[in-house]
Design a protein around this ligand. Structure first.
Ligand code: NAD
Length: 354
């Protein structure tokens, strides 16, 4: 197996620039080997398009691995757009984005991500059919994927906690960083399970709202990483685990929905060296893309739900493989995903062979 740390080269990078609408960013297709490159569209502040491109490349690679390990007939891609300065016409921007997606002829399928909404995807759908995350039709999957991402994250936490000898999440303390679409749903599910919550968000009103609903303790955004807890759940942006933050961490488990939680693969090794169980982000947060895939590929809501409910089992298989190969879980997951994309392995075979 290949445990290389160097990022794989993407299949293609498409620069998007439209002065009139303010569209400025990239679409990265990491791989279309298993199917169309699926992955959401992020709208965020970037000083330079080079920073947006770097982010898109990592995110697209993560999507390819996520889709492969979730057993979806999809490759991986990502769109990252720079948030225009000041006022801008959102519909015009996403219309231009829709036209750019159309030009790729179905090689890229978009949906929501940080900073984009169902309404934005509707605008995209007026200009191309290669979009999911739209309002669901009755009995069909679709709409906001965040509740499914949150459910998969909860099931992953249960599996990770089980590895630490806890039969449930009841009474465990979970520190949730970021209380947006996914984080807020996750807090609701954790509250139902009887977990204690410590939360933080850059938007203080989001944290206050979660505190009021679920009795969560609120801490400042720069204190959540060092909060006393059993599980640290990053649900904001990526890169939160780095050489510095590993030392601050007091959790025994890191399991969250954010993409690219590890700043580098070496930071995942550092977690393992400290005895912290890291649940690979793209295994944990696949619920959203499963729902998006179901919508795009025409699967039923039941099929989507049953696939999301396998998230804990899929994490369990990756953790078993990591144990068998004596490597940290993120390296086992990466190696397995690369083999799947190359057509060399399926998850159960690889786990059995190890
Ligand atoms: P969101 O934009 O709705 O929420 C993110 C929240 O994080 C915001 O409320 C923001 O204020 C907060 N935040 C940003 N930086 C922070 C910091 N340093 N400390 C505390 N809070 C901070 O986004 P989302 O849809 O909830 O997605 C969250 C993460 O999960 C992202 O990394 C996303 O890529 C990933 N993800 C989301 C989905 C999905 O279904 N939405 C699926 C897979 C992965």
């Amino acid at each position: 197996m290949n445990f290389s740390t160097s990022p794989a080269t993407p299949q293609s990078v498409h620069r998007l620039h439209d002065e009139a609408s303010g569209l400025d960013g990239v679409i990265v297709l990491h791989s279309t080997r298993l199917g169309p490159a699926a992955g959401g569209c992020r709208l965020w502040r970037y000083d330079e398009v080079s920073a947006a491109t770097r982010d898109a490349m990592r995110l697209a690679e993560g999507m390819a691995y996520k889709n492969a390990l979730a057993d979806l007939p999809l490759g991986g891609g990502k769109a990252v757009l720079r948030l225009p300065e000041g006022q801008f016409d959102r519909q015009r921007l996403f219309a231009a984005f829709g036209r750019a997606v159309a030009k790729l002829g179905g090689d890229y399928v978009t949906a929501e991500d940080v900073g984009t909404t169902v309404a934005d995807m509707h605008t995209v759908s007026e200009h191309c059919p290669f979009v999911a995350g739209l309002e669901p039709k009755v009995g069909m999957p679709g709409g906001d994927p965040s509740p499914w991402t949150a459910l998969g994250t909860l099931l992953s936490m249960r599996e990770a906690a089980r590895r630490h000898g806890c039969s449930s999440l009841k009474g465990l303390t979970v520190a949730v960083q970021g209380l947006g679409n996914v984080g807020s749903h996750l807090c609701a599910l954790l509250h139902e399970e009887g977990a204690r919550l410590v939360v933080a968000d850059m938007r203080a009103n989001f944290a206050d709202h979660v505190a009021a609903r679920f009795g969560a303790a609120v801490v400042a955004p720069d204190e959540i990483i060092s909060a006393r807890c059993d599980i640290f759940a990053p649900c904001a942006l990526g890169g939160v685990i780095d050489a510095k933050s590993v030392k601050l961490l007091r959790a025994r488990i890191v399991c969250g929905a954010a993409n690219n939680i590890l700043a580098t693969d070496e930071d995942g090794d550092r977690l393992a060296d400290c005895g912290v169980l890291y649940a690979p982000d793209y295994v944990v947060n696949a619920g959203g893309i499963i729902n998006v895939a179901a919508e795009y590929l025409g699967w039923s809501a039941q099929e989507a739900e049953s696939r999301v409910r396998q998230t804990g089992a899929r994490l369990g298989e990756v953790l078993d493989l990591a144990c068998a190969l004596a490597v940290p879980p993120h390296r086992a997951a990466n190696a397995l995903a690369r083999e799947r994309i190359a057509g060399l392995a399926t998850l159960p075979q690889a786990a059995g062979a190890a």
